[in-house]
Design a protein around this ligand. Structure first.
Ligand code: PAF
Length: 285
């Protein structure tokens, strides 16, 4: 496995290949990322992962400085999972000057949920992903694949929309969320949890499961939207009574993450803080 740092080194490493399959990450890898890499291997003639903690997607009070940087351990795991090329730029490699051109996503999709609680987050994500796509795919001629986890459900939808709207010749593949034995979705931020918080953390996925179950049981009638809102309210109160500080627990239709109507395919999404750690999760139903 090759490890390269600059866009020029990456292009040189990829020049013999036609069809990269690409997994962008911010490092501190867990089995969710490695599962994406394993899925990527058969999709292209070279498997590429990037490791870059992207300052643009962090708010001023977020964990950019403390986000775990574990390059050597990550590279060992990537090699084991079958990755061929790791692109690990430093900030100057990817942003040699202040990034004043940005990719502003569709507001209806990107200013709700995560975008509401983390203003500018999806602009930061889209900007870096567009730039990473340029670095990885610019020279390739065959099918191009990029893989993102469903754990970041809204991010996956925003990226899909960006790829469609800019007519990028890239197939976006969503990988299923990987979970610990108790049901907690794997996340790089789980490492911030104390042992007591780790034992409690499963309550987020349980709250989502119960909310999905209750929403599925609702009569598909005119009062559906109000009944969903009442269920969401009760779910937030129940989680907060356990000491969480919840940003949202909500039922949405899958296709655009707006309020669902009877008959829509749905997803429940949640974001909540346990101590200093903000966790997100979702379940399609
Ligand atoms: O999901 C992530 O790890 C990041 O948002 C991504 C897609 C690598 C962009 O920095």
């Amino acid at each position: 496995m090759k490890i390269v740092h600059t866009p020029a080194e990456l292009r040189a490493a990829l020049s013999p290949f036609q069809s990269p399959a690409f997994v962008p990450t911010m490092g501190n890898l867990h089995d969710g990322h490695l599962d994406l890499v394993r899925q990527a291997v058969p999709l292209g003639d070279v498997t590429v992962a990037s490791i870059f903690v992207n300052r643009l997607q962090f708010g001023p009070n977020e964990d950019f400085d403390t986000y775990p940087r574990t390059l050597q351990a990550d590279c060992d795991k990537l090699a084991e999972a079958g990755c061929h090329v790791v692109f690990a730029p430093n900030e100057r490699d990817l942003y040699p000057e202040a990034q004043t051109f940005t990719v502003a996503p569709d507001q209806a999709l990107a200013n709700i949920l995560e975008g509401h609680f983390r203003p500018g987050f999806f602009t930061g994500v889209c900007t870096v992903v567009m730039k990473l796509f340029q670095c990885v795919f610019a020279e390739s001629k065959g099918p191009r694949h990029a893989l993102f986890g469903k754990k970041d459900y809204q991010q996956l939808m925003v990226i899909r929309r960006m790829v469609e709207q800019f007519a990028l010749p890239i197939s976006v593949v969503g990988g299923e969320t990987q979970r610990a034995a108790d049901g907690l979705a794997l996340s790089s931020r789980n490492g911030y949890l104390s042992p007591t918080e780790r034992a409690e953390a499963v309550q987020l996925s349980q709250a989502l499961r119960q909310l999905a179950h209750a929403a599925r049981a609702l009569p598909q009638t005119a009062g559906f939207a109000d009944a969903v809102m009442a269920l969401e309210h009760d779910a937030v109160q129940a989680l907060n009574r356990r000491g969480w500080r919840t940003d949202y627990l909500t039922v949405r239709r899958r296709r655009d993450l707006q309020q669902p109507a009877p008959g829509d395919e749905m997803v429940v999404l949640g974001a909540s803080r346990l101590g200093a750690t903000r966790l997100i999760d979702n379940l399609e139903f």
